[in-house]
Design a protein around this ligand. Structure first.
Ligand code: HEC
Ligand code: HEC
Length: 296
C-alpha cells in the first residue's frame, strides 16, 4: 500500500503535468481557430455543426467566453473570486464536468449536459431553453476553439456499478474512506470547505479557488444525483485542485463515500437520518488513517 505522502505526490504531480500542455496551447489566432470550423458533435441522434453556432454564440456566450473562446469576454472580470471562477478558456480544451478519466477530453454529451445544466455557485447560466439542435451546435463550436480534438479522442466514460441499498454500515464505511483519502484536508471534517488546505488552493492557472461547501444547500456544478457525485470524485474536476480518486477508491467504497457525503448536505435524506441514529462523529484529523478495505 502507498503511503499518504506518496498518494499526495501522485495527485499533485499529475495536476502539474496536465497544466503544461494546456497552458502552451492558449492564445490561438482567429485564423488557426477558423481552420476547425468544420467541427461536429454527436448528441443522441442529433449532429451539431460549429458553423451553425456563430450567431447563437455571439448572442448568448461571447460576453463571458470572448470572441476567441479564451474566457476573456467583456464581462469576464466581474467574476474573479475564489468562489466565482472565471469563464472557461475553451482553447485549453480542459473541462471540469466529465464522465471520462482525469486528463482526457469530455464526451460531447458531457459538454451538452454542462451547457444544459449551468453551474450553481457560478455565473454560468442554464441553457435548457435553447433547442437540442442549438445546444449540439454550440458543443461543436466550443470544441472548434481547441486543437486537442483534432489530435485526441474523448476518454472512455468510467463504469459506474448499480447503486447499492443505503445502510448504516455503508455510511460508517464511507466515513472511513473520507478519512483515509483525506477529503477533509480541503473540504473540512464536516464538509464546510474549511479544511487546513482550503485557503491555499489555486487552479491550474494560478487563480484562488474554494472547495465545495456541502452544507450550504447549493448543487455541485457537475450534477446532483448520486451517480453525478460518484463521477465527480472518480474523474476529478480537471483544471482545479479537485483530483480524481479512481486509483485510490474502489467502486464499492465509492458508493459508501457518496452516502457519507449526503450526511453533510442540508437536504433531508435517508443517509442523514441513519447517521443521526448512529450518533456518527466527524473524522478526527489526528487519528491514524484507517486501512483500505481488502488491503489489511
Ligand atoms: C454570464 C457569463 C456566462 C455566459 C453568458 C456563459 N457562460 Fe459558460 N461559463 C461561465 C463561467 C463563469 C464558467 C466557469 C464556471 C466554473 O468553472 O465554475 C463557464 C463554463 C462553461 C463551460 C465549461 C464546462 C466544464 O465542464 O468545464 C462550458 C462548456 C460553457 N461555459 C459553455 C457556455 C456556452 C455554450 C454559453 C452560451 C450558450 C455560455 N457558456 C455562456 C460563464 C458564462
Ligand atoms: C486538494 C484539495 C481537495 C481534495 C483533497 C478534495 N477536494 Fe473536492 N473539491 C476541491 C475544490 C477546490 C473543489 C471546487 C472545484 C470547483 O468549484 O470548480 C472541489 C469540489 C468538490 C465537489 C463538488 C464538485 C462540483 O461539481 O461542484 C465534490 C462533490 C467534491 N469536491 C468531493 C470530494 C471528495 C469526496 C473528496 C475526497 C475523496 C475530495 N473532494 C477531495 C478540492 C479538493
Amino acid at each position: 500500500m502507498r503511503t499518504t505522502l506518496q498518494n499526495w505526490t501522485l495527485l499533485f504531480g499529475s495536476a502539474v503535468l496536465l497544466a503544461f500542455p494546456a497552458a502552451a496551447s492558449a492564445q490561438l489566432s482567429t485564423y488557426d481557430i477558423e481552420t476547425r470550423i468544420g467541427a461536429e458533435s454527436h448528441v443522441g441522434n442529433v449532429t451539431g455543426h460549429a458553423k451553425d453556432a456563430a450567431l447563437p454564440y455571439r448572442r448568448y456566450c461571447v460576453g463571458c467566453h470572448g470572441p476567441l473562446g479564451d474566457g476573456n469576454g467583456e464581462n469576464a472580470d466581474w467574476f474573479l473570486t475564489p468562489m466565482y471562477q472565471k469563464p472557461r478558456d475553451f482553447q485549453l480544451g480542459v473541462f471540469k464536468c466529465r464522465s471520462t478519466p482525469t486528463g482526457t477530453l469530455p464526451t460531447d454529451q458531457d459538454l451538452f449536459d454542462a451547457i444544459t445544466r449551468g453551474f450553481d455557485r457560478s455565473n454560468m447560466p442554464q441553457w435548457n431553453t435553447l433547442s437540442k439542435q442549438e445546444r449540439a451546435d454550440l458543443v461543436a463550436w466550443v470544441k472548434h476553439y481547441s486543437p486537442r480534438w483534432a489530435n485526441e479522442k474523448p476518454g472512455a466514460p468510467i463504469q459506474i456499478p448499480p447503486e447499492p441499498e443505503v445502510t448504516a454500515e455503508r455510511i460508517k464505511a464511507g466515513r472511513d474512506v473520507f478519512a483515509r483519502v483525506q477529503c477533509w484536508k480541503c473540504h473540512g471534517v464536516q464538509g464546510m470547505a474549511n479544511g487546513p488546505s482550503a485557503s491555499t488552493l489555486t487552479d491550474d492557472l494560478g487563480r484562488p479557488i474554494a472547495p465545495f461547501n456541502f452544507t450550504e444547500g447549493s448543487r455541485p456544478k457537475c450534477g446532483d444525483t448520486d451517480q453525478d457525485i460518484y463521477r465527480i470524485f472518480m474523474t476529478g474536476l480537471d483544471g482545479t485542485p479537485m483530483p480524481s480518486f479512481a486509483d485510490n477508491i474502489k467502486p464499492d467504497e465509492a458508493w459508501d463515500l457518496v452516502f457519507y457525503l449526503r450526511t453533510f448536505m442540508r437536504q433531508h435524506s435517508k443517509e442523514k437520518d441513519l447517521a443521526k441514529g448512529l450518533g456518527l462523529k466527524p473524522v478526527d484529523p489526528n487519528a491514524p488513517a484507517p486501512a483500505a478495505s481488502g488491503q489489511q
